[in-house]
Design a protein around this ligand. Structure first.
Ligand code: MN3
Length: 198
């Protein structure tokens, strides 16, 4: 069965950009809930024993598996998309790929921020590798690009725009939270994922 992963940093490590209380509740309550509910939803089914990527890629998932499997996968990718040593400019091959796909890092930030800010209600913004190009898109609820009928290719960076991800510190100011996210992006990890996805 799936286990809640430990964060690779302390709950307060991303302050002031993301506050410790939000991180603690988000990880120990929300992500933990998706994990428990995913295990319950797949128990005794033919999805038991499959990887989370295989589960997300399976067609015609039940609502319980889709929502909690997405919640499990998406948050795993999200926590490791950030680092207290993150932020700044992209490094390595991902830097060239961003310039080739979006023209400049500033344009990338603008397009990613737009995807995150215009997602109505709860959902996610994504950076994906798709046919050797980088693409940006957003999904609703806990859907992700691995799922049937969703946007994108292989996800390498994601931003949670559910209110539970920012409301304690930013209230309704989602754009401020999106701006802060760029100060903690773990470009080293995103670059590794980019190279692995090619
Ligand atoms: Mn969340």
């Amino acid at each position: 069965s799936f286990e809640l992963p430990k964060l690779p940093y302390e709950y307060n490590a991303l302050e002031p950009h993301i506050d410790a209380r939000t991180m603690e509740i988000h990880h120990s309550k929300h992500h933990n809930g998706y994990t428990t509910n995913l295990n319950n939803a797949i128990a005794g089914t033919n999805l038991e024993g499959k990887s989370i990527k295989e589960i997300c890629s399976t067609k015609e998932l039940t609502a319980a598996v889709r929502n909690n499997g997405g919640g499990y996968f998406n948050h795993n990718l999200f926590w490791t998309s950030m680092s207290p040593d993150g932020g700044g400019n992209p490094i390595g091959e991902i830097n060239d790929a961003i310039n080739n796909s979006f023209g400049s890092f500033d344009n990338f930030k603008s397009e990613f921020s737009k995807a995150a800010s215009t997602r109505f209600g709860s959902g996610w913004a994504w950076l994906c590798v798709e046919n050797d190009r980088l693409t940006i898109c957003s999904t609703a609820n806990q859907d992700n690009p691995l799922m049937d009928g969703q946007c994108g290719g292989t996800p390498i960076l994601c931003l949670d725009v559910w209110e539970h991800a920012y409301y304690l510190n930013y209230q309704n100011r989602r754009p401020d939270y999106i701006t802060a996210f760029f100060n903690v992006i773990n470009w080293n990890e995103v670059n590794n994922r980019y190279n692995a996805a090619l």
